[in-house]
Design a protein around this ligand. Structure first.
Ligand SMILES: [Zn+2]
Length: 203
């Protein structure tokens, strides 16, 4: 159904009269007690990953919606935000980490690759050649080659941990971890851990 007269921007925070960015940000920070951002694959078989990571890190997931006196959903008790992308590769998640930090504050970023992942079924050369052949498009320079697929689990988790750590959009205090999730047993195995630096008292 189309609603050509519906003004979507009527509900945009920054379009409200008297909008004050700093005040709105403070209110946003109360919406949920975020601790951990989880990056994992869009494969439906990997759907158990947030629960497994929450157990590993003592996080709350999926939590409950918090309502005000009028029954409006104004927050949640979960401490986890999920970034669900092909292969669980970090490249797709960098901007989300920055936004999550800005609005809510992040302590941990956990990258999870899973066994039998579709991203390990093709190669960078293969997907580039297929796109050229099937769609007439050259994607050879579109994405960094080392983020296109998974050829070696430990190497790709090490790469993704480094990518997140060295991104200026990841604050220094954030801990970055890399795990493999076994989709048959639900077991998590830690492969990388890059702990953040302690926050200064001024932060
Ligand atoms: Zn996958």
């Amino acid at each position: 159904m189309t609603s050509p007269n519906y003004d979507f921007n009527a509900h945009a925070f920054s379009a409200q009269p008297g909008y004050d960015e700093a005040t709105v940000r403070k209110e946003f920070a109360k919406l949920m007690p975020l601790r951990t951002v989880i990056i994992y694959c869009f494969d439906p078989r990997a759907a158990g990953i947030p629960e497994a990571v929450a157990k590993e890190f003592g996080d709350v997931y999926p939590g409950e919606v918090v309502t005000d006196a009028d029954g409006n959903g104004i927050g949640t008790t979960t401490t986890v935000l999920n970034v669900v992308v092909a292969g669980g590769r970090a490249m797709d998640a960098l901007r989300s980490i920055t936004v999550a930090q800005h609005l809510l504050g992040v302590e941990n970023v956990v990258v999870v690759h899973h066994t039998h992942c579709g991203a390990s079924s093709y190669t960078a050369d293969g997907i580039i050649a297929a796109f050229k052949h099937e769609h007439g498009r050259d994607i050879s320079d579109l994405y960094p080659r080392e983020s296109v697929c998974i050829t070696d689990y430990a190497a790709s988790l090490e790469h993704d941990t480094r990518l997140i750590r060295t991104s200026p959009g990841t604050p220094a205090h954030v801990n970055v971890y890399g795990y493999v999730y076994d989709i048959e047993t639900g077991e998590l195995t830690r492969v990388t851990a890059d702990l953040g630096t302690a926050r200064s008292s001024a932060a």
